[in-house]
Design a binder for this molecule. Sequence first.
Ligand SMILES: Cc1cc2nc3c(=O)[nH]c(=O)nc-3n(C[C@H](O)[C@H](O)[C@H](O)COP(=O)(O)OP(=O)(O)OC[C@H]3O[C@@H](n4cnc5c(N)ncnc54)[C@H](O)[C@@H]3O)c2cc1C
Length: 455
Amino acid sequence: MAQELPPEADVVVIGAGLAGLVAARDLIAAGRSVVVLEARDRVGGRLLNADLGDGKVVEVGGQWVGPTQDRALALADELGVATFPTHAQGDNLVEIDGGLRRYRGAIPKINPAVLVDIGQAQFRLDRMARSVPAEAPWRAPRAEAWDGQTMWTWIRRNTATRAARALLQLAVEAVWAAHPADVSLLHVLFYTRAAGSFDDLVGTEGGAQQDRFVGGSQELALRLAARLGDAVTLDAPVRRIEQRDDSVTVSSDRGAVSARAAIVAIPPTLCARIAYDPPMPALRDQLTQRMAQGSVIKCMAVYDAPFWRDEGLSGQATSAEGPVKVIFDNSPPDGSPGVLLGFLEGRQARELAQWTPEARRRAVVGCFERLFGPFAASPDAYLERVWAQEEYTRGCYGCLMPPGGWVSLGPALREPVGRLHWAGAETATTWNGYMDGAVRSGETAARAALAQLAE
Ligand SMILES: Cc1cc2nc3c(=O)[nH]c(=O)nc-3n(C[C@H](O)[C@H](O)[C@H](O)COP(=O)(O)OP(=O)(O)OC[C@H]3O[C@@H](n4cnc5c(N)ncnc54)[C@H](O)[C@@H]3O)c2cc1C
């Protein structure tokens, strides 16, 4: 990693998450000089491995990859990072209306009226999503009406049963890490369109949770950064960006670099915390005032072995009671040690983030015990990450549009401002919010910067 910043480069990249690192890779491959400025003392951003000992890891940030996430898979291939399937053999659990039931496959054994209710809602959501252009959601035929309501309003108007509402709420919290009342219906439809379908978002086999990376997803960022070598400077939070007719100067805590273009590869919320001269256009600034991060605490309990597998359980569970509402078996590929992964999302994440770590651990492990029995009560270790507390992330999985956001401010999300190009998972039109989207956004921004340099 670079010790001293060069005063000049063709392009400065801000942020060494997947998007920034991929952009830098492509710019360097095109023969351009690049400086990547990263605020943290590590690369990977929302990707972070945690050590389990014996060379094994789990991720406390993003981890899964699935079918059609072709750019993330191609990157893994290029870097020699293999994938393995998420453990899904055995019965899943669903806890709803005070009852705990086992089921196999994708469809829980619950009241058929509730299943029909969810099915019709999902069918309608998919049909509406197909009419939303992912590159310009504000041009959807019913954009005004859909952006004028929250997902919660839509769920309440379009479901007949309390259980269907609870399960749809749970699905929204699992995908967006936010209560449905926090999100525009148009945002949900856009995001669904960018992924393919609602099933693609929530599914394990055949969906976004199908596979994991051997050695952990941060390996992608670590290997990319190793290839970039001195081009990446850590501990360099960017504070100010000045644009003049023929140059852009990016000032960080490690010094300033002048360039002919810059790629800002950080979430929109954090873009608003940089000072710009001249100031950002009003539309762009108002966009970054409104796009808010979801809230997630990713929690894992580590056991000697995945004991639930011996009882014919997959380790996957959904609970409408919570506070952990979605659970997975997150053991390493060889099944040792056993790891249960639970997400605290949206309001649960915000509330429990205020508790002491010990109280949070009791609540999470208590939930695992309720669902998986007494063995779950005594993990050997417990890991968690409160992403809203991270200075250079401030929430997760990504940024959401509140009602009205897409229609009035959407065009400012990707539109370059002078020599500044925007990247990051939030700017992607395919798999927005995911690692795959981050990779695609880095590739797109690098192409735009190269075109500008060629002018
Ligand atoms: C708990 C969790 C679970 C997730 N699960 C999945 C999953 O299973 N599958 C999936 O595909 N995606 C998942 N995601 C989302 C995925 O991690 C992100 O979409 C992706 O990593 C975003 O990459 P990025 O490069 O766009 O942004 P980031 O990773 O946020 O990178 C931005 C970088 O910019 C840096 N930075 C910020 N401000 C400044 C500044 N002022 N100056 C310099 N540097 C700055 C940050 O430190 C960071 O390194 C998850 C995320 C979380 C947190």
